[in-house]
Each structure stands twice: as structure tokens, then as C-alpha cells.
Design a protein around this ligand. Structure first.
Ligand SMILES: *[C@@H]1O[C@H](CO)[C@@H](O)[C@H](O)[C@H]1NC(C)=O
Ligand SMILES: *[C@@H]1O[C@H](CO)[C@@H](O)[C@H](O)[C@H]1NC(C)=O
Ligand SMILES: *[C@@H]1O[C@H](CO)[C@@H](O)[C@H](O)[C@H]1NC(C)=O
Ligand SMILES: *[C@@H]1O[C@H](CO)[C@@H](O)[C@H](O)[C@H]1NC(C)=O
Ligand SMILES: *[C@@H]1O[C@H](CO)[C@@H](O)[C@H](O)[C@H]1NC(C)=O
Ligand SMILES: *[C@@H]1O[C@H](CO)[C@@H](O)[C@H](O)[C@H]1NC(C)=O
Ligand SMILES: *[C@@H]1O[C@H](CO)[C@@H](O)[C@H](O)[C@H]1NC(C)=O
Ligand SMILES: *[C@@H]1O[C@H](CO)[C@@H](O)[C@H](O)[C@H]1NC(C)=O
Length: 496
């Protein structure tokens, strides 16, 4: 019997290894190689400590792990022509010309993220003229010499987020995506560089407070821009040529200059506007009148009060998402003003996370007819008849509630700490005869057993995977037991 159990375990582990199908095999000193067949065959080697001098496969992607502190020119080696090189370790320094070798001439992706590199010189990347993507995020880079990057005419993507840069480096002219968030940049100055192909720029999490047109020359292809986190002033002219800007995110600590708001309200290509922490100016319908393409308005973590005229959202005819998480004053102002709500009747998503609301009046459901996605988590909810309509909508599948486990009753005491979709709440909340909401009587009995909206798909696929494992394990066991039985019968028969 012990043997059977052992065999069973062995087979199981073999099976598990095969399911994650990584036919990795030793292909050199401390190297594992594998192939994937997505679109074309990609041969990948994962090696530890030292660059391989020889590999049995024709490798195009090399991943080096556990590299030491200094990357010396003589150590870098690739036995075959690479398209992607990924260097992980504690690299602090890269010697000049380290990558200047024949087999790296066509390298298109170099990943140096999560090391401790401090300095990049004009010779660090020499030879890598064909690089398209360079990842240097999560390092300690303070200085990037002029000429370090400018010669890479094909570079599209550059990640420099989470470093110690104090200035914007000289950049390759064809760059399309640039991440510079979480550095120590105090003045945003592009030194006259004209980045006509730039589409995506993230400058958030830096300490500058103003942006001037003369120093900030964006081409007219910019689509996404994140600025912050201490922004006070942006010259309106900065947005003069940004005809394709679709997403703008601003984070600050204090009120913006009035001209800055005026400039922002002029950007009529915007589809998503995110304002974080910045107090809002008094708003009326004229302020949003140029923003007819706006689909998502996110006013988050704003603690100050706001003066909004009743028709402020009237011009935002395409608005689908309103996110007010962490902004209690704004949220309460909007929720308590039916006229405001009625101008939002086309809204599909409403986020009211952590805004201190306790309930909704039931006739407000009529005002938000098209709402299909609601988040009221992290509030102290009063679970009584007034929430019945909401629970019914979720149970009958007309609306999805985000974060149901954090959507919790605070009152009455008998429901304290229960999710509003907990069966103990949904079964007993507001018995039918007391309910003023006629819809409440129409819920099909079957629907009442739903506690939570359908679980997310990753969980489901996990579950079905586990079921397959169990089924296969069980059938393997049956086969093994059958074989053992046959052997025993055979032995008995021979002894006789
Ligand atoms: C290695 O791969 C390249 C292209 O991926 C191909 O041109 C070359 O013939 C291959 N060499 C060997 C030895 O398989
Ligand atoms: C680089 O790519 C070009 C064309 O794709 C090819 O002709 C050349 O041999 C390659 N060079 C190296 C060093 O891989
Ligand atoms: C780098 O580190 C960050 C967090 O420290 C992690 O989220 C990220 O996945 C890492 N990247 C790589 C390529 O290992
Ligand atoms: C940096 O390099 C660019 C072009 O490579 C050049 O136009 C510019 O003047 C240089 N700046 C400095 C400060 O050396
Ligand atoms: C930039 O890209 C364009 C096409 O997208 C190309 O014609 C041009 O040569 C590139 N510039 C450099 C310096 O490679
Ligand atoms: C909003 O519009 C009014 C005119 O109706 C204007 O006086 C005010 O300055 C605008 N506010 C902002 C922040 O642009
Ligand atoms: C609600 O959505 C439907 C279909 O998506 C649309 O036809 C209708 O006009 C919307 N109602 C409002 C008030 O926007
Ligand atoms: C909604 O109900 C409140 C009382 O709960 C009432 O004051 C208000 O006029 C009603 N609004 C509409 C649009 O029916």
C-alpha cells in the first residue's frame, strides 16, 4: 500500500509539472532553456550568476539572475544573437561599453529594472543602436549624462520611474512612452527637446509645482499625461497644441491658479479627467461646456467643500463614470441634490467609496436608471427599507456592486458588521408588508439565494483547474490500484 501511495504522489507531481508546461531543460552551465510558440518560436534561457559561454540552443531571449554588483564589459557575453536581455540582481554599476558586443547589435529590449544602478554615462549603452524598449525603473539613478540615450533613434519605450533623478534627461527623439514618476524632479524642463512622437508621459510623484510652456514642449500626439504631486500652476498655453490629449491626471496639495483651471477646461479632446487632492473651484455649467467628450470624471480624495451650480454636469452628455472616492463633501453634495443627480441619469458607473454616506432615498434609484456599476464600500451604512431597492437591483442582476465584502451595515445593531448582501441581511431586511418599494415583491425566489455577485473569473478558473487536478489524481489512483490488484491476483495464481 505504501508503494501505491508513493507512486501516486510521484505521478501527481509529474503531472503538476507538466500542466504548467515548461519543458525547461539544462542547456548550459547553470542555465535552463525553454521555448514558447506564441506567434513565432521564442527560445529563452534563464541563467544564474555568470553569463553563459555556450548554450546548446539557439537563444533569442536571455534572462540573467543573481548578478553581482558590477557588470563588467568582459563578463557580458551571449553565445547567440539576442532580441531581449533581462538582467536581474544587485547591479550597482555598469562599466562603459559593457553591451558593445556583436551578438547584441540587434537587441531590442533591455530590462535593467529593480537593480541599484546609480549612474549612466554616454558610453553605458554604446552599441545598442537598435534598442526599442529600455527599462530602468526601480534603480538609484541620479545622473544620466547627455548622450546616454539620445543616439537610440528607435527607442520607443523608456521607464525611469522610481529613481533619484532631479532633472529630465536628454531623450531619444522618437520616444513614445516615458515614465518618470516617483523621482526627485523639481523643475520640468525639457531643455528645448521636441518630442513629437510622445504619446504617454507620466511625471507624477515629483516635487515641482509649476509647468511653463517654454520648458514643456509636448508634441501634438500626446494622449496621456499625469502630473503631480504638488502641482499649483500650469500655464494654459501648455495645452494649446495637445489636440489628442485623452487622459489627464493631476495631483496637488493646494488650490490651483485660476488660469490653470481655465486651461484645463479648454482641453476639448479629454475623455478622462482625474483630480486628486486638489480643492475644486466654484463650478457651473459653462466651465465644462468644452468637455463634451468627457467619459470619466474622477474627483478623488478631495476633502474641501465645493460650490456647484445645479446644472454643472448638464454639458457632460457622454459622461459614463463618476468616481468620488474619498471626497465626502462633493459626494454628499451631489447625492443630496436631485437636480444634479437627474443630469447624471446616463451614468453607468458611480464610485462612492469612503464618502461617509449612510443610505440612499429610494426615489434616487429612478434618477440613476442606467447605473450598472456601484461602489459604496467603506461607508457606515444604515441597513433599512431605504436600501431595499439597491439590494434588489443587485440580487436581480440589474446592477453590480463592487467590493461587496467591504460594503457593510453599521446600523441597526442586529446587522452590525454584515455585508449588505449577506443572507442574514437580505432575508430579513424590511419585510414585504412594510416595504414601500413595489419592486421588492417581485424578486423571484431563486434569486434570493445569491449572496454575492458571481465571483471573479480568475477564481473560477482556479476552481475548475483544481477540480481537474483532483479528477486526474483520482483516476491515476484508480489505475494504480487496478494494476496492483492485477499483480496480486497474478502472484496468487502463480503461487497456486
Ligand atoms: C538561430 O535562429 C536564427 C533566427 O532565429 C536562424 O536564422 C538561425 O539559422 C538559427 N541557427 C541555428 C543554429 O539554429
Ligand atoms: C541584425 O538584423 C539584421 C536584419 O534583421 C540582420 O541582417 C543582421 O545580421 C542582424 N545582426 C546581428 C548581429 O544579429
Ligand atoms: C520590481 O519590483 C517591483 C516592486 O518592488 C515589482 O512590483 C516588480 O514586479 C519588479 N519587476 C521585475 C521585473 O521584477
Ligand atoms: C545634449 O545633447 C544634445 C544632442 O545630443 C545637444 O543638442 C545639447 O546641446 C546637449 N546639451 C548639453 C548641455 O550638452
Ligand atoms: C523616427 O521614426 C520615424 C518613423 O516613425 C523614422 O522615419 C525616423 O528615421 C526615426 N528617427 C530616428 C532618429 O531613427
Ligand atoms: C467657470 O465659469 C465662469 C463663467 O460662467 C467663470 O467666471 C469662472 O472663472 C469659471 N471657473 C473656472 C475655474 O474656470
Ligand atoms: C440608458 O442606456 C440606454 C442604452 O444604453 C440608452 O438608450 C438610454 O438613452 C440611456 N438613458 C439615459 C437617461 O441616458
Ligand atoms: C424623493 O423623496 C423625497 C423624500 O424621501 C422627496 O422629498 C423628494 O421630492 C422625492 N424626489 C422625487 C424626484 O421624487
Amino acid at each position: 500500500m505504501m508503494i501505491a501511495v508513493y507512486m501516486f504522489l510521484l505521478l501527481c507531481s509529474l503531472f503538476m509539472a507538466c500542466i504548467h508546461c515548461d519543458p525547461a531543460q539544462l542547456c548550459g552551465n547553470r542555465c535552463l532553456c525553454s521555448s514558447t510558440h506564441d506567434q513565432k518560436i521564442v527560445h529563452t534561457a534563464v541563467c544564474s550568476k555568470d553569463f553563459p559561454s555556450q548554450l546548446t540552443h539557439n537563444i533569442s531571449v536571455l534572462i540573467m539572475k543573481n548578478l553581482g554588483k558590477t557588470l563588467n564589459k568582459d563578463d557580458v557575453n551571449s553565445p547567440s544573437k539576442l532580441t531581449k536581455l533581462d538582467l536581474k540582481g544587485k547591479i550597482k554599476e555598469i562599466q562603459d561599453h559593457a553591451f558593445d558586443i556583436e551578438n547584441l547589435k540587434n537587441l531590442s529590449v533591455l530590462d535593467l529594472s529593480n537593480n541599484t544602478i546609480q549612474k549612466l554615462t554616454s558610453k553605458t549603452f554604446s552599441g545598442l543602436n537598435n534598442l526599442r524598449e529600455l527599462y530602468l525603473d526601480n534603480n538609484n539613478v541620479k545622473v544620466i549624462e547627455n548622450g546616454t540615450l539620445t543616439f537610440m533613434g528607435k527607442l520607443n519605450i523608456l521607464f525611469l520611474n522610481r529613481n533619484y533623478l532631479t532633472d529630465i534627461p536628454y531623450l531619444p527623439m522618437n520616444i513614445t512612452k516615458l515614465q518618470l514618476q516617483h523621482n526627485h524632479i523639481r523643475t520640468v524642463n525639457f531643455h528645448g527637446q521636441k518630442l513629437y512622437n510622445l504619446k504617454y508621459l507620466d511625471l507624477s510623484g515629483n516635487a515641482y509645482d509649476s509647468i511653463k510652456k517654454m520648458e514643456f514642449l509636448l508634441g501634438n500626439h500626446i494622449e496621456q499625461l499625469s502630473l503631480g504631486d504638488q502641482i499649483l500652476q500650469i500655464e494654459p498655453q501648455v495645452f494649446q497644441e495637445t489636440k489628442e490629449l485623452k487622459r489627464l491626471e493631476l495631483e496637488g496639495k493646494d488650490s490651483l491658479f485660476p488660469e490653470t483651471w481655465e486651461g484645463i477646461f479648454q482641453i476639448n479632446s479629454l475623455e478622462t479627467l482625474t483630480i486628486k487632492y486638489i480643492p475644486l473651484p466654484p463650478l457651473n455649467q459653462h466651465n465644462f461646456s468644452s468637455m463634451s467628450h468627457l467619459k470619466s470624471l474622477r474627483l478623488i480624495h478631495i476633502n474641501t467643500d465645493v460650490q456647484m451650480k445645479r446644472n454643472v454636469f448638464k454639458q457632460l452628455v457622454q459622461l459614463e463614470e463618476l468616481d468620488l472616492q474619498g471626497s465626502p463633501n462633493i459626494a454628499q453634495h451631489i447625492i443630496n441634490t436631485n437636480v444634479l443627480l437627474s443630469s447624471l441619469s446616463h451614468l453607468k458607473t458611480l464610485i462612492l467609496q469612503s464618502v461617509g454616506i449612510k443610505t440612499f432615498r429610494s426615489n434616487q434609484s429612478e434618477l440613476l436608471k442606467n447605473l450598472s456599476f456601484l461602489d459604496i464600500s467603506n461607508n457606515k451604512l444604515q441597513c433599512d427599507c431605504r436600501l431595499k431597492w439597491l439590494i434588489n437591483k443587485v440580487i436581480t442582476g440589474q446592477m453590480k456592486l463592487k467590493n461587496p465584502k467591504q460594503t457593510i451595515c453599521s446600523e441597526p445593531a442586529s446587522y452590525y458588521g454584515y455585508s449588505i448582501l449577506d443572507s442574514r441581511v437580505t432575508y430579513t431586511l424590511c419585510p414585504k408588508d412594510e416595504s414601500t418599494d413595489t419592486e421588492a415583491t417581485k424578486i423571484p425566489d431563486k434569486a434570493r439565494v445569491t449572496f454575492y455577485p458571481p465571483s471573479t473569473s480568475p477564481n473560477q478558473s482556479m476552481n475548475s483547474k483544481t477540480i481537474i487536478y483532483i479528477l486526474i489524481a483520482l483516476s491515476t489512483m484508480v489505475v494504480i490500484l487496478a494494476v496492483l490488484l492485477i499483480i496480486m491476483i497474478f502472484r496468487n495464481w502463480r503461487q497456486k
